[in-house]
Design a binder for this molecule. Sequence first.
Ligand code: ACO
Length: 428
Amino acid sequence: MTDKKATLSVEDKNLDYAVISGSIGPQVIDIRKLYAQTGMFTYDPGFTSTASCDSALTYIDGDQGILLHRGYPIDQLAEQSSFMEVAYLLLNGELPDGDTLSDFTRTITRHTMLHEQLATFYRGFRRDAHPMAIMCGVVGALSAFYHDSTDISDPVQRKIASHRLIAKMPTIAAMAYKYSVGQPFVYPRNDLSYTANFLRMTFSVPAEDYIPDPVIVDAMDKIFILHADHEQNASTSTVRLAGSSGANPFACIAAGIACLWGPAHGGANEAALNMLREIGTPDRIPEYIARAKNKDDPFRLMGFGHRVYKNFDPRAKVMQKTATDVLDKLGVKDPIFDVARELEQIALQDDYFIEKKLYPNVDFYSGVILSAIGFPTDMFTVLFALARTVGWVAQWNEMISDPDQRIGRPRQLYTGPDVRDYVPLDKR
Ligand code: ACO
């Protein structure tokens, strides 16, 4: 709370509202009593001016291009830590020491296997099902398999559910892939790291040994870190809203996966790579830039623009460097990467993109890397969901532990017909 007040004049009344400060970032006006005092709601479609909760997890300054998890800058975490460390940090608030990290990693590793009955569940899907459809269904179904971790009023059960979700997501994602290509499911191995284990479950076959390439493991781990959490984005808000009704954690994360799937959110990495492939060669870039600027054409440059970042997305910088590392290591000369780099340069110098502050976002380069590693495009959003599960789970836990937590229930500006009498069928 600050000494500041915000005064609102409504008709002949002046109403004062408290201004609350966070640790950094914009202050907020506490309007919780507004409706009771004025009979009016605030109107904010898309929630561009609304703080829906308080949170100590992630901070974004979109004008400066800053992203912090528990205070630590994302570029430092991506360069120096591991996904398991970041997961621990997001869940618990502090970086773990060596022993704590080993314990946490061991706990997650021991939860990576799936209930065997779930393998049968996969077989109910068509082979050409989108892996996000499978992931949504399987994660939602987890609540039918793990009854001992669905009581949200029990902190121990919440913790076990959190560990299970983080641990099982790579297994679920890898199985969705294996199912689509008609290969046998590969069980997790406890002697591998979280990320190496995921790559092995995805790319190994029983016919030969698979040794994960450290450069690829490192790149994948960075990609997971870069996607781990991102404040109150659409899917996280969905998880919180679903959780606010007391729904079990598996159902809440399935809701988050559903929201992430959309092309304006997590689906953008798939859409960005498809767009780069469609452009194909640098000489066609101007045509697509012109389309993106044309008001009558719904086309947008996928992987460009962000609701919050009006400066470079700090994750995009790490992603671009990782793309270079992976392509160099694999010796891949992918013309799509050249298209991406050139498109970025041209867009960054174009008045339309400058005026609207449209910069590459995290999804612009991730598709190039994932494709070089060998993932088909329809797996991209699945990988995003795998990594974001940590953020969703941490945000869900934070919400449930908040004593001020209430069911999320936005209101509306009603624009439908006024009250009218029902007309019987024969009189219409
Ligand atoms: N290409 C061309 N024009 C764009 C783009 C784009 N990628 N993004 C925004 N604009 C234009 C809009 O047409 C609009 O122009 P107008 O003011 O003349 O009407 C203006 O910029 C503002 O755009 P909004 O859609 O109002 O911005 P909003 O904050 O609601 O949307 C979003 C952000 C959804 C990310 C948008 O930039 C977009 O659709 N980008 C492409 C999809 C994408 O890459 N999404 C990934 C986001 S990152 C993530 O989820 C991890």
